[in-house]
Design a protein around this ligand. Structure first.
Ligand code: GDP
Length: 305
């Protein structure tokens, strides 16, 4: 009801539905909540638009996901690749994708799905693997953390920069005809490679040794106190009941129809942006904590009131 009222009050000409429980691992623990928000939530927005009779004037963008390809049936994945969702999150998102298509065909609404591959930035949630790595690299470099524990290091992703992807969402709604698009960089890297580059950007060179659960990332160059130390270890806690391990997008349609450049920000630039941000964040946290300690001492001694 609140959505219906809000849409009636705002009378939007474009809606971008980015709302979701978007963490795959969390969806195994909270599958019903995930389905309510990520599947039925999309239907509620479509119905809010119809109830307000805005179906001819309001365009809708639905944030769909490469997780739909899940246990992938072909590489790289494009708009015609069959879906094989492989988590409660992906199953819920598949409903969102199909209900958008259904309303487009049944009611002639301008509603589209952007099938976005992983898009990262300095604003990424701290439990997603990229941000978890860049924050840990910054903390380890500044002596605030000893080690980083990760799950499947061999998992492959097509990681892009969120800012570039948001531009593409807008472009999708500016087309003549409503259509779905794959948005990806077309370049694939492993979690191990992301960690290697992030630690390097933070001043530590890693060498990976061992396999599976016994694999370790050892510092072979960098600050003297870290060289020879194991900075990354694998923990079963971060393995998933079913894991999507080979995502690789084909952005040809977006490049040709939208004039979008999938390579605007390279993988190396993305890692550098995230590490720079987190190095500054960790340094600022340190300064703030020193200031708090000093202030407490001054207050105690009566130096300041
Ligand atoms: P997702 O692609 O939306 O699931 O994004 P994530 O960043 O959560 O995970 C990307 C891949 O990294 C998945 O295949 C995970 O299994 C893998 N991975 C390995 N270690 C970790 C970890 O410690 N945390 C998370 N979140 N993912 C990890």
């Amino acid at each position: 009801m609140s959505l219906v009222k809000l849409v009636g009050k705002v009378q939007p000409t474009e809606i971008y539905n980015l709302a979701a429980q978007s963490h795959v691992q969390v969806s195994f623990d909270a599958p019903e909540f995930t389905a309510d928000v990520d599947a039925v939530g999309v239907l509620r927005i479509l119905e809010a638009v119809r109830t307000n009779h805005l179906e001819k004037t309001c365009k809708i963008y639905q944030a769909s996901t490469s997780e739909l390809y899940g246990k992938v049936e072909e590489v790289p994945q494009n708009e015609n690749t069959p879906f094989h969702p492989y988590s409660p999150y992906a199953v819920a998102k598949l409903y969102g994708y199909w209900i958008i298509k259904e309303y487009r065909e049944a009611y002639d609404m301008f509603c589209c799905s952007g099938i976005l591959f992983n898009h990262e930035s300095e604003r990424r949630g701290e439990t997603f693997v990229t941000r978890k790595i860049t924050l840990a690299a910054a903390r380890i470099a500044q002596g605030k953390q000893d080690k980083l524990y990760l799950g499947n290091l061999s998992s492959l992703r097509d990681w892009g920069y969120a800012k570039d992807y948001v531009e593409c969402m807008w472009l999708i709604l500016q087309q003549e005809k409503p259509e779905d698009f794959v948005i990806a960089t077309g370049v694939q890297h492993s979690v191990r490679e992301f960690a290697y580059h992030a630690f390097k950007a933070a001043g530590m060179e890693l060498k990976f040794e061992g396999e599976g659960i016994d694999e370790k990332g050892i510092c072979v160059a960098g600050p003297a106190n870290l060289v020879g130390k194991t900075l990354i270890e694998v923990s079963e806690d971060f393995y998933r009941p079913t894991d999507v391990v080979n995502l690789w997008g084909d952005p040809t349609k977006a490049r040709e129809h939208l004039g979008w450049n999938p390579q605007k920000t390279s993988f190396e630039q993305l890692v550098a942006i995230m590490v720079k941000h987190d190095m500054e964040k960790v340094a600022a946290e340190h300064v703030a904590s020193v200031m708090r300690t000093n202030l407490a001492e001054y207050l105690e001694k009566g130096v300041v009131k």
